[in-house]
Unconditional design. Structure first.
Length: 487
């Protein structure tokens, strides 16, 4: 990657950056990215987009044309624009593993660096993580609804622009898709490319049988006939079986795909006819505006479907427009070298943030099942907290109210936030997407199915430690004190 324009940011990030620069406020700061609610009314989400983000941060630049554009706006000092000439992201970044199952309120990404850099990268972080996490979460729901079946991502033509299509293909593979119709995504990300034929292929030939014959001649080892161009049961399937008999004589198998109609009724009939005709190994693929609800209904009805082609609802998020990720300042240098915790204290309790530099621990029981995620003050400096096996803790609701429970850690504890960029230097290589997909699928096994079901999922516990709760209450109290009172 030669570079990505640092103009890919919200305008207020640049106006604030100039203010920090002019007023001597460009000190060390810590921001955290988290989200407020699960999309799709679900009980879990999937963290995705990390490697894309790391590549983008390494390449972030203001070009000469970028700076000339900013000068033309008339709001930026020449000296500040000169400062931006050498802009690079030289901060540090902590994040959970890509493909991790995640929950509201817990930091997914933590950024530490000078305030100007942290402010400018806000839009890039949120754009990258929010979109890919939305699509990975959607795909994971589709994959689970299919009873962990074979899901193909067919969404290129319905995605939001070419860059949206590329990001969606990547995220969908993380979420559980076995392949994509997007050939460029196949090349760039190493995703298997898949597809059959379009209705135009059928209509471009003098007959349906001729179209099937020509396709089978070219691709005898990967033949899937689209059988609903004219009439699925009276035309498409009979013609597919005629050509299929010739393939069978050569020791080849074939499949059929349905892209319209009543999928339950048609697949049952197609399966019966194929079996009676001596094609028990012929596969059935379906597509046509599928989502997790439709797929789960078909699976529960025992529709004989071998694989699923999912497009629009997978790569756009379907009925959910965006992931609810936000990016908030949690600590800053007070000008003397001391880090002070900060928080947003809102009239809306849901928008009140958790202060300080934090870590997230995932607690498991003796059987390896996830019990709770815990937010606490980072212990790198020796002044924070830690969660350790065998110890007993009081864990509080993130709202800092009276709700709490006591828990003795009987199984393992995992620190979720790990250092990925150290003062601008990338630590480690990008992981293959198949490994990230396996991280998700093995991670899902650690959660009771009540948390991952589509309808009315159980709420997983995300708690805060006693230390974080005390800090939060102290800051809230200081915000509520009238001016001039208190210490």
């Amino acid at each position: 990657m030669n570079g990505i324009s640092a103009l890919f940011t919200d305008f207020y990030s640049l106006t604030m950056a100039q203010g920090y620069w002019k007023n001597g406020l460009n000190r060390y700061a810590v921001f955290e990215m988290f989200f407020r609610r699960h999309p799709f009314g679900g009980g879990f989400s999937v963290f995705a987009g990390l490697d894309t983000l790391l590549e983008s941060l390494k390449a972030l630049r203001f070009s000469g044309d970028d700076l000339a554009y900013l000068e033309g706006i008339g709001l930026f000092d020449r000296a500040f624009l000169d400062y931006l000439k050498d802009f690079r992201f030289t901060g540090s970044l902590w994040a959970v593993d890509e493909g991790t199952v995640v929950f509201p309120q817990e930091p997914l990404v933590r950024i530490g660096g000078d305030l100007i850099q942290c402010q400018i990268v806000e839009g890039l972080i949120l754009n990258t993580i929010n979109f890919q996490s939305l699509i990975a979460t959607k795909t994971a729901r589709v994959w689970l609804a299919s009873d962990k079946g074979s899901i193909m991502e067919f969404g290129l033509r319905r995605a939001q622009g070419w860059d949206g299509a590329m990001s969606a293909s990547r995220a969908a593979f993380i979420g559980g898709a076995v392949g994509t119709s997007n050939v460029l995504a196949g090349k760039d990300f190493g995703i298997p490319v898949m597809g059959t034929m379009a209705h135009s292929w059928i209509m471009a030939h003098d007959s349906e049988e001729a179209a099937f014959e020509a396709y089978a001649d070219m691709y005898p080892d990967r033949t899937v006939f689209l059988i609903d161009t004219y009439d699925t049961l009276k035309s498409g399937l009979p013609n597919a079986m005629k050509v299929g008999k010739k393939l069978a004589a050569r020791g080849k198998n074939f499949g059929v795909r349905l892209d319209s109609g009543d999928m339950h009724y048609l697949t049952v009939q197609v399966r019966r006819i194929l079996d009676e005709a001596g094609f028990p190994k012929a596969t059935i693929t379906v597509s046509n505006d599928l989502d997790e609800t439709i797929i789960e209904t078909l699976v529960n009805a025992k529709a004989p479907i071998n694989s699923w082609g999912v497009g629009t609802n997978m790569v756009t998020g379907g009925n959910e427009a965006a992931f609810s990720g936000v990016y908030k300042l949690t600590a800053r240098d007070d000008g003397t070298g001391n880090m002070v915790a900060v928080m947003k204290f809102s009239d809306n309790p849901d928008k009140t943030t958790n202060p300080g530099i934090k870590q997230v621990w995932r607690i498991k029981d003796a059987q390896g099942m996830a019990v709770a995620d815990v937010l606490g003050l980072e212990n790198d400096s020796g002044t924070g907290e830690t969660i350790e096996p065998g110890k007993r803790y009081v864990l509080w609701h993130p709202a800092a109210d009276y709700r709490h429970f006591y828990h003795t850690v009987e199984g393992s504890v995992e620190r979720l936030l790990k250092l990925r960029l150290d003062r601008g230097k990338l630590l480690g290589e990008a992981l293959p997407l198949i490994q990230i997909q396996r991280t998700l699928q093995s991670g899902l096994e650690a959660f009771d199915p009540s948390y991952t079901r589509l309808l009315n999922p159980h709420i997983y516990k995300v708690s805060i430690t006693q230390g974080l709760r005390t800090l939060k209450l102290d800051l809230i109290k200081s915000c509520l004190e009238p001016p001039g009172e208190g210490s």
